[in-house]
Design a protein around this ligand. Structure first.
Ligand code: PBG
Length: 330
């Protein structure tokens, strides 16, 4: 065999890296604003725009501020939002969560009026609404499963009734997708898709979100319902169950520390849309390091988002949605 055809110097991978246009031509993963879902935190009041201390650039907004946001997202080409609500009052079961005039329900209507085409997704959980801060109802210090999924069904119907396009259960209660599917179908919302937070880990990276959504658990932690970060096979089982229960989109969360899970979900369930949540801590780490001058925010944020897409997620929930759309247009 001719030795010159064996690798170097015949083969030189650097040939294709010589110019920006050549590199662009052979690039395997291209980010687009169309990949992004923008998470938003909505609260009561008027003209409120509170920056979240641990998440610079992320704001808690009142409903009257949303029309402008919808317009901005449209201009940037970001197609979807994920809504989280901060209620006026918290109680043991979180009543405002399924109230017609609840904060998320108001936000859905305002966004819908501002842009009929925006894909409005709502987070269906209980922790922002309950006085104990857990994602289910409590009895004797235990987080109960079956009564919780009944409430989650009511919440999903209430969001759909307000006009939500997609509901996204994140409580990690067993059977939550089935309960929500049944509740939606029973209420005439058979066409409302469910995006399951299927493989959601009990993660330290949610820290800053709990400031933004005012949702830290008042006792204990979420390890009796969210997944153990050490488990990979169990994630596949959780996703499979969500799909059996009727989930239309699967999600892995957080994203960057779990790229192996994203890749495996993509390979194992090739025909199902896969979302990944680039969570608050992933955002705040880079923001903090950039503030200290230790990292370049634009470069590391786009690198993170590219890595998540390369791993196999084509829907990415990210607090950088607007900034990244601007960077990509430069
Ligand atoms: C609600 C919920 C959480 C996140 C999304 N939905 C917090 C939690 O489970 O404690 C985290 C999102 C983020 O950190 O950006 N259950």
């Amino acid at each position: 065999m001719n030795h010159t055809s064996q690798g170097f110097p015949t083969i030189r991978p650097r040939r294709l890296r010589q110019t920006p246009t050549l590199r662009r031509l052979v690039r395997e993963t291209n980010l687009s604003p169309a990949d992004f879902i923008y998470p938003m935190f909505i609260l009561h009041g008027r003209q409120v725009q509170n920056e979240v201390t641990s998440m610079p650039g992320v704001y808690q907004l009142s409903v009257d501020m949303l029309a402008r946001e919808a317009e901005e997202l449209r201009e940037l080409g970001v197609p979807a939002v994920m809504l989280f609500g901060l209620p006026a009052e918290k109680d043991p079961i979180g009543k405002e969560n399924f109230a017609d005039d609840g904060i998320v329900q108001q936000a859905v209507r305002a966004l819908r009026a501002a842009d009929p085409e925006l894909v409005i997704m709502t987070d269906v959980c209980m922790c922002e609404y309950t006085d104990h801060g857990h994602c289910g109802v409590i009895e004797n210090g235990q987080i109960l499963n079956d009564p919780s999924i009944e409430i989650l069904g009511k919440v999903a119907v209430s969001h759909a009734r307000a006009g939500a396009d997609v509901v996204a259960p994140s409580a990690m209660m067993d059977g939550q997708v089935a309960a929500i599917r049944q509740a939606l179908d029973g209420a005439g919302f058979g066409n409302t898709p469910i995006m399951g937070y299927s493989a959601k880990y009990a993660s330290g990276f949610y820290g800053p979100f709990r400031d933004a959504a005012d949702s830290p658990p008042q006792f204990g932690d979420r390890s009796s319902y969210q997944m153990d970060p050490a488990n990979r096979r169990e994630a596949m089982r959780e996703i499979e169950l969500d799909l059996q229960e009727g989930a239309d989109i699967m999600m892995v969360k957080p994203a960057l520390p779990y790229l192996d899970i994203i890749r495996e979900a993509r390979d194992r369930f090739p025909d199902v849309p896969l979302a990944a949540y680039n969570v608050s801590g992933e955002y705040s780490m880079i923001k903090a390091a950039a503030k200290l001058g230790w990292l370049d925010e634009k470069r590391t944020a786009l690198e993170s988002l590219t890595a998540i897409k390369r791993a196999g997620a084509h829907l990415i929930l990210t607090y950088w949605a607007k900034a990244a759309a601007r960077w990509l247009a430069e």
